[in-house]
Design a protein. Structure first.
Length: 165
């Protein structure tokens, strides 16, 4: 069902793209725009919800924010947003009320190499939170699962890019 919705509403874009990892790609999976449609946001959050085990959810700005907020609302659980950087206000990298020892499920829209989500894991771990799982909508099958596994993190994907393309 989710795969059909993503294809129907054009979440897979063709062209010349530079990914967060710095890699070049001929396609882009735009979960951010897709989540602006309530039926897609609902489908994704229902699918992710089946895999949740943590005390809270977290995600990296910007792509994971709507997913994290929707899941936290549905489950009445705390959430955290990991900022890419902050040079203003309180200059915090983590938005949310940290209680050391909490178990966190990180939510991600797309995982490619795993570098940005591993950075988020490390930030949360340094803050005293337990992070052993990442749940992503799409695994681009470009080394992310292996990198995360080497760092003691399980990657759960709702779909792999080979299933979506």
């Amino acid at each position: 069902m989710l795969q059909e919705l993503l294809i129907k509403y054009g979440a897979v874009k063709r062209g010349d793209f530079t990914l967060t990892s710095g890699q070049k790609s001929e396609y882009y999976v735009d979960i951010k725009d897709a989540c602006a449609r309530p039926e897609i946001l609902r489908e994704i959050t229902e699918d992710i919800e089946r895999h949740l085990k943590g005390d809270a959810v977290a995600g990296v700005e910007l792509g994971a924010v709507p997913l994290v907020v929707a899941l936290a609302y549905r489950r009445s659980m705390p959430y955290f947003i990991i900022r890419k950087g902050s040079d203003h206000g309180m200059k915090k990298l983590i938005v949310g009320n940290i209680e050391k020892g909490m178990t966190i499920d990180i939510i991600e829209d797309v995982v490619t190499t795993g570098g940005s989500v591993l950075r988020a894991v490390n930030i949360l771990r340094e803050a005293g939170l337990k992070v052993n799982r990442v749940i992503t909508v799409v695994d681009r099958e470009n080394g992310g699962k292996e990198l995360l596994s080497k760092n003691g993190i399980e990657l759960i994907s709702l779909m792999r890019i080979s299933e979506l393309m």
